[in-house]
Design a protein around this ligand. Structure first.
Ligand code: R5P
Length: 310
């Protein structure tokens, strides 16, 4: 097998390579002076099973182009099979038309990746599982439960927990985690009762005197989590923690979270942490390298991936 790393998350790619005991293939993915992307694979890949590791995180468009152009270089270099390993799949939130004359950009991105010439995709905690159907090639969508569950069990031991979905869209994710740690479930229902009036947060479920664990796929501005945490506190929650897979953390998200009702935000390293996230006491990072590494190994050996989540 060959592993190729784009520039979006080099530390994660190196950790995956270490887990697999396979060095990263020498490649140069660089810019021309006008910022066009150029990729050159510096080792023979003819007949190889190649995995390209690249999150399409900020700057999403540059990182996506790097991925597409690297795949093209591998295809033209006669790789036998190419798997795009996309720990964070950018544009996933644009997975449906939200109004007239709006795009479904997640589908467009899936088309672009397929057209570039990949044989399969390995990704993590897609915003919506249905995005797998935007591809007509195999997609493995890993879940973060093998990363989050042991940490939750270790930290909270036998304390009763309530898993909270901060919006209605994330209920399936929160319910799955609740089942694994034997916790109760609560849901935040956000509603704007009248146009121009601020949103009201309804907490569905009993959170009084309980430790609440908010679970989500993405934390971007932090607004969703901070508002939900406040609603939980207002309903008498003892403490609020957040476990989110993809720490986009744009703008002033870390400062917003640090001054919110959230005690700790735990994220995975699917996206390279920003400087503010690295230096914040409120943010902790867990690695997904062994999970992604194991999935890569199983793909290359044609073994089950779903067995990782039983
Ligand atoms: C939305 O449906 C997602 O699951 C996240 O809740 C959302 O992207 C978080 O965004 P923000 O942190 O900007 O509120």
């Amino acid at each position: 097998m060959k592993l190729i790393a784009g520039n979006s998350n080099r530390p994660l790619a190196e950790e995956i390579a270490k887990y697999l005991g396979v060095p990263l293939t020498k490649a140069s993915i660089r810019r021309f002076s006008d910022m066009e992307v150029f990729a050159e694979i510096l080792e023979n890949v003819r007949g190889e099973d190649v995995f390209v590791i690249q999150s399409t995180s900020y700057p999403a468009n540059d990182n996506l182009m790097e991925l597409l152009i690297t795949i093209d270089a591998l295809r033209r270099g006669s790789a036998r099979r190419i798997t795009a390993v996309i720990p964070y799949f950018g544009y996933a939130r644009q997975d449906r038309k939200t109004g007239g004359r709006t795009p479904i950009s997640a589908k467009l991105v899936a088309n672009l990746i397929t057209a570039a010439g990949v044989d399969r995709v390995l990704t993590m905690e897609l915003h919506a599982g249905q995005i797998q159907g935007f591809f007509d090639i195999p997609v493995d969508n890993l879940h973060a439960s093998p990363i989050f569950v042991p940490e939750l069990v270790k930290r909270f031991k036998k304390e009763p927990l309530v898993m909270v979905s901060p919006d209605v869209g994330g209920v399936v994710r929160a319910r799955a985690l609740a089942k694994k740690v034997d916790a109760d479930l609560a849901i935040i229902d956000k509603r704007r009762e009248k146009a121009g009036v601020s949103e009201v947060m309804h907490v569905i479920g009993d959170v009084e005197d309980k430790i609440c664990i908010m679970v989500d796929d993405i934390v971007d501005s932090g607004g969703t989590l901070c508002n939900a945490a406040q609603a939980l506190k207002d309903k008498g929650a003892k403490a609020v923690h957040a476990y989110v897979v993809h720490g986009v953390l744009s703008g002033g998200a870390v400062a917003r979270i640090s001054s919110s009702a959230i005690e700790r935000l735990v994220i995975a390293n699917t996206i390279t942490a920003t400087e503010s996230a690295k230096s914040s006491d409120a943010v902790e990072e867990l690695t997904v390298a062994p999970l992604i590494g194991e999935a890569i190994k199983r793909i290359s050996e044609e073994r089950s991936i779903s067995a990782l989540f039983r």
